[in-house]
Write a protein that binds this ligand. Sequence first.
Ligand code: SAH
Length: 274
Amino acid sequence: MSGSRPPPPRRSRFPASVSPSSPASAPSRAQVLRPQRPVEQAAQDAARSVAPSGMGLDSEAVRRRMVQRLEQGGLRCEPVLRALAQVPRHQFVDSALAAQAYEDTSLPIGLGQTISKPSVVGRMLSLLHDGVRARELGHLGKALEIGTGCGYQAAVLCLLARQVVSIERLAPLHEQARQRLDPWRGHGLMLIWGDGRLGHAPSAPYDSMVAAAGGDEVPPAWLEQLAVGGRLVAPVHSETHGGHMLLVVDRHEGGYTRTLHEPVHFVPLKSGAQ
Ligand code: SAH
């Protein structure tokens, strides 16, 4: 499939726009107040936030081991490996799941959504790093992420790109990610609550685009907002495979090139923001 000139992209089967993206400065929704927990439960949570080996999850060594395993699994992109070694993944998941944060597994993040496996995050970001613009620049340039979720991949992107725009459609996840990503604010990060199928035109064009949710096709707005030389990586439904596959779209002067890669499992790309 690789490298061939694609047929013109099919029109999206998604319904027309539902909710416009709101700017990051839009008034935030009421924050969720946690009920008071018994002290025993708080202590159990604290105990669970320590890795079974007894090594604190804040330790760089835990992340380095995760990265070594990803390297053994075939991930070769140095900048991506370095970025994955720096972001404390356990801080983006519920404390009850923190001990599993450095295993190569997807984890629930609430509202039926999941944080992708580190190997899948690494794979998608390394594909982005191989784009024409990214190779010229030596980094991901201006990046758009669709599906902020818990904010983990947005944090990794902050280390790989010069500017990151990340869109989430579910307000509670957007708000939680905003809090978790507070320490990353100095890294040119803009978080938006809205329908990511529309992209974010005010910051376009993007050198790199990555979707963390899979649809039937690539929404037209993403193709329009991709820079010439830019690359988009997204899970899309494949009729032949019957599930999602990783799709890479490269934009060049004459059009777009689409390359299908391996099968993947992602949550669905949905319409509208709520
Ligand atoms: N990158 C995330 C993965 C989150 S899972 C992380 O590191 O945690 C995918 C996310 O995509 C979910 O939070 C889901 O709500 C969101 N999503 C699905 N459709 C969307 C859309 N149209 N616009 C924005 N976000 C969307």
